[in-house]
Design a protein around this ligand. Structure first.
Ligand code: GDP
Ligand code: MG
Length: 599
């Protein structure tokens, strides 16, 4: 298309405010998708996305829109983005491919934590923001109140904010007209040496790396040789095109356009997200600004239940990493759980999704240890360590200082919950860092908090204390020294390395007590009594006992009722799949996650 008729925008919002549904309406209104193939949240194509009703990966679609105002046909590239805090980095990369952003705010909820976070990202990226109030069809919608909040946030008049329903389609055409009018066309130079930024990528088993690109200058053509500027990789373009949302081949992509490139390269490290591609002949000299590398902040051990599956787990992790640069892993050995991997994630949702994909798509049975953050440790001998596994923490006598990651947390809540949230934050070692009113009864609170407290159960507590009304966003800001100690758990007298954790010294006794209680509930009765102890060094801080069971479960199946007995045995077997023999004790998966329920 003519450069002046291209509009590139992302749809951004807090989770569940209706981004993917709005994208559906846009696909419909522009006749991009055959009505017979239309279904809700069409762009959420991954099985897990559909099941959970969330967007995990950004999708970039080309649609054509004919403006009623000037009769011209415009080429839009629309990027639907995830809303969850774990995937903020996905959003920021998508924004780098755009000139505008549709900011969607649920008119029955208002400005939430990720509304703010995503707005700031878009403003930082210099994008034109088009705010709209969504879900105005809902009886509980309060467009006036929410418009005032959005107006305050953006410093724009409230009556200019569009009111729409992604469900009924009301107001959506108007928004498309706004996009044409307000979002500037891409600026690049059509005659300059070609440059495109790789803003995302996907690995296709048959076709290799599919790089999602935004062309900034010039034109890329099918068959042409390209060079990735950071890695120096050279390859020919086998296929080039755009998403409708299916991959649709074209003979070129030109300045301002968003689409994909396939070169047959199978190694994702050779065509990296953030790199600039140019043509091999008469290529550009200077690369485009790249992205900050994304670092995992939450870690856990993943172990196959069957030791034989170790190789399969490694293969599966390798494959997942091809589509997910944020996933990190390295081999780990545990006395309790055997050979596995220590994996790093962007947060608990990311961790959960990876685990579920490993189990479903790769048919693995896994045992996962409790999530933990990464620590920096200064030893008395002057050495510096990074510790990603609590059981690797050196003896206290060797430690000079332990530092843990801190976040800046933003909480948005109706004002009646301010008191209970302050209590919660204090209990979680938070430091108050200001508070502002978004409107008469909604408040934005800022706290500095240790990430480890957030990883534990902060979010669940926040939700339950506020009946689901508060929202949370956070950003890791740096490391801070803390008085932490290693709490070990002993089962039947032996330390189970996979259950060790780091806790603040003042909380160690309380945590030890609750942890042993939880473990007693989770560990099934065995042939003999199993003592559970929590210890700091050699000092026992709490103790519980799982009493031996009295009779075999199958004893209940009197009278040779074969099918019932078989069912019971099957059930037992099913349960065992999630059990791991640790020394003399069978430990179920839930036990390793008990820490998440400590409260
Ligand atoms: P996303 O997380 O921002 O992508 O939100 P989704 O598009 O997945 O929508 C979240 C939920 O809100 C779904 O149950 C949608 O059906 C519903 N929803 C989205 N837009 C509207 C709307 O305009 N009106 C109503 N009533 N519900 C909507
Ligand atoms: Mg979505």
């Amino acid at each position: 298309a003519d450069q002046s008729q291209i509009r590139n925008f992302s749809i951004i919002a807090h989770i569940d405010h209706g981004k993917s549904t709005l994208a559906d309406r846009i696909l419909e209104l522009t006749q991009t998708v055959d009505p017979r193939l239309m279904r809700a949240q069409l762009l959420d194509s991954m099985e897990l996305e559909r099941e959970r009703g969330i967007t995990i990966k950004s999708q970039a679609v080309r649609v054509y829109f004919t403006s009623r105002r000037d009769g011209e046909t415009y080429q839009f590239h629309l990027i639907d983005t995830p809303g969850h805090v774990d995937f903020t980095y996905e959003v920021s990369r998508s924004l780098a491919a755009c000139e505008g952003a549709l900011l969607v705010v649920d008119a029955s909820q208002g400005v939430e934590a990720q509304t703010l976070a995503n707005t700031y990202l878009a403003v930082d990226a210099g994008l034109e923001l088009i705010p709209c109030l969504n879900k105005i069809d809902l009886p509980g919608a309060e467009p006036e109140r929410v418009a005032a909040e959005v107006a305050e946030l953006l410093g724009e008049p409230a009556d200019a904010i569009k009111r729409i329903s992604g469900k009924t389609g009301e107001g959506v055409l108007e928004v498309l007209e706004e996009l044409v009018e307000k979002v500037p066309p891409p600026e690049g130079d059509p005659d300059a040496a070609p440059r495109a930024v790789i803003f995302d990528s996907e690995f296709d088993q048959y076709r290799g790396v599919v790089a999602y690109i935004r062309v900034v200058d010039g034109t890329f053509r099918k068959g042409e040789a390209i060079r990735a500027m950071a890695t120096g990789t050279e390859a020919d373009i086998d296929d080039i095109g755009y998403f409708t949302p299916a991959m649709t081949s074209a003979d070129h992509l030109t300045v301002g356009e968003v689409g994909y490139v396939i070169t047959g390269i199978k190694d994702v490290t050779k065509l990296r997200v953030g790199d600039t591609i140019t043509t091999k002949r008469a290529g550009a000299e200077e690369a485009l600004p790249g992205y900050r590398d994304v670092q995992p902040v939450v870690f856990c051990g993943m172990f196959p239940i069957e030791a034989d599956d170790y190789g399969d787990l490694r293969d599966a992790l390798e494959k997942l990493t091809l589509n997910d640069a944020a996933l990190h892993w390295e081999p780990e050995t545990s006395d309790a759980l055997g050979f596995g991997f220590r994996c790093g994630f962007l947060g608990l949702l990311h961790m959960d999704i990876v685990r579920e994909r490993l189990e479903r798509e790769y048919d693995l049975n896994l045992m996962c240890t409790m999530p933990s953050v990464g620590f920096e440790v200064s030893l008395t001998n002057g050495e510096e360590l990074h510790v990603y596994n609590p059981s690797d923490m050196p003896e206290p006598a060797r430690i000079k200082e332990i530092r843990e990651p801190y976040v800046k947390a933003t909480i948005i809540t109706p004002k009646e919950y301010v008191g209970t949230i302050m209590e919660l934050c204090q209990d979680k070692r938070g430091e108050h860092d200001g508070m502002t009113y978004l409107s008469a009864d909604r408040v934005q609170m800022m706290y500095d908090l240790p990430l480890s407290e957030i990883v534990m159960d902060f979010f669940d507590q926040l939700k339950s204390r506020t009946r689901g009304y508060a929202s949370l966003d956070y950003e890791v800001t740096g490391m801070k020294a803390s008085n932490l100690v290693r709490l070990d758990v002993l089962l039947a007298g032996d330390v189970v390395d996979a259950l060790s954790m780091l806790v603040h010294k003042d909380k160690a006794y309380g945590v030890g007590r609750t942890l042993t209680e939880k473990l007693r509930e989770k560990i099934p009765r065995q042939q003999y009594d199993v003592p559970i102890q929590a210890a700091i060094g050699s000092h026992i801080v709490a103790r519980e006992t799982v009493k031996a069971f009295r009779k075999d479960v199958t004893a209940k199946c009197y009278g040779g009722d074969i099918s019932r007995k078989r069912k019971l045995l099957e059930k037992q077997k099913e349960g065992k799949r999630r059990m791991k023999q640790v020394g003399r004790v069978e430990v179920p998966q839930e036990a390793f996650l008990a820490v998440l329920e400590l409260g």
